[in-house]
Write a protein that binds this ligand. Structure first.
Ligand SMILES: [Mn+2]
Length: 324
């Protein structure tokens, strides 16, 4: 079984590097920290290598001392590593500048739940039906009979609530709640984690939301909602990439909307696209048409062109998909 192979590889290895996807979210980061803390208990030498600094949203997570920020030229530091583990990463591009470190590692493992996963590692453990890598990680640590302490539980709980929107999305299954219950038994502070993850925004984000709401456009009798944020607006408000997180939900939360799109202009004549589906449309298939990926109800891609050009392309492709 794949799980047994992964466990064997982890047990065999001494130096292990863990890599969540770029702009690590609650799931990628939470699962990485949980695995890092667990491997540490097994006396492994562990580094969690991040592309960007940890967002203030997740600063409360335990295990930060295991993280290191990628910087140019650090590749040689990782030459002696015998195992690289990518978490919550659908394809190798999602590792950004750290992809060569992953690829040069002697053994590579990919643990993920994206249905578009390209199985880019030596060992690929992909469970597309599961809510989060956090949920997968809980089961993995359980099989390894590792003691899940309060710190590890806090990381895993954060993973799960992040990707299920606090148990509100259809990926929330009976087992998701069973695992959450086990984690709460370990002493997780539910109210505090929920407040940090869902109810604490930067002032810049709130100001950005005002722009996003003003930019709202509806197409196809209100089935498609688009919000867009220009590069200049980001600069004017002093907003960061982080502040754009979840902004797509503004459109998704409107009655009658099937697909919500959030467009974020980047300074290299490209547009970062977030897609959310409220119902039957598989937005990972739409993202795939533009070399992106994700889940059926949440996906993303980066498209070359101006905001206007990208908007036309996407609306066109979604219109076609809605007609099928
Ligand atoms: Mn995830």
């Amino acid at each position: 079984m794949m799980v047994d192979k992964l466990i064997l590889e982890m047990k065999k290895s001494e130096n292990i590097v863990i890599l969540p996807h770029i702009q690590a979210d609650g799931d990628g980061l939470g699962a990485s920290l949980a695995l890092g803390l667990a491997l540490k208990k097994m006396s492994k030498k562990v580094k969690i290598l991040l592309e960007e600094p940890i967002s203030f949203t997740y600063e409360f997570l335990p295990g930060k001392e295991l993280t290191q920020l990628y910087s140019q030229g650090i590749e040689s530091e990782f030459e002696k590593y015998d195992l690289a583990i990518a978490l919550d990463t659908g394809d190798i591009e999602r590792l950004g500048k750290r992809a060569p470190i992953f690829e040069k590692s002697k053994v590579t493992i990919n643990i993920d739940h994206h249905n578009t996963n390209s199985e880019f590692a030596c060992f690929n453990y992909v469970q597309a039906g599961l809510s989060s890598v956090g949920e997968m990680m809980y089961s993995l640590l359980d099989i390894m009979e590792l003691n899940i302490d309060k710190d590890i539980a806090t990381c895993l709980y954060t993973s799960i609530i992040s990707d299920t929107g606090g148990f509100r999305y259809s990926n929330t299954k009976p087992d998701t709640h069973r695992i959450a219950a086990e984690l709460i038994d370990k002493g997780v502070d539910v109210a505090e984690i929920s407040r940090r993850v869902f109810e604490t925004n930067s002032l810049e984000k709130i100001k950005l939301m005002a722009h996003a709401i003003n930019s709202l456009q509806l197409y196809e009798d209100g089935k498609i909602a688009i919000i867009s944020i220009g590069e200049q607006t980001m600069k004017d408000e002093g907003a960061t990439e982080d502040d754009c997180n979840g902004m797509v939900n503004i459109g998704r939360d409107i009655q009658g909307v099937e697909v919500a799109i959030m467009l974020r202009e980047c300074d290299d004549n490209s547009v970062k696209v977030n897609l959310r589906s409220n119902g039957y449309l598989d937005v990972s298939a739409i993202a795939n048409q533009f070399s992106g990926g994700g889940h059926k109800k949440a996906s993303g891609c980066i498209v070359k062109g101006s905001l206007e050009e990208v908007k036309i392309k996407l609306v066109d492709s979604i219109k076609k998909a809605l007609m099928d």
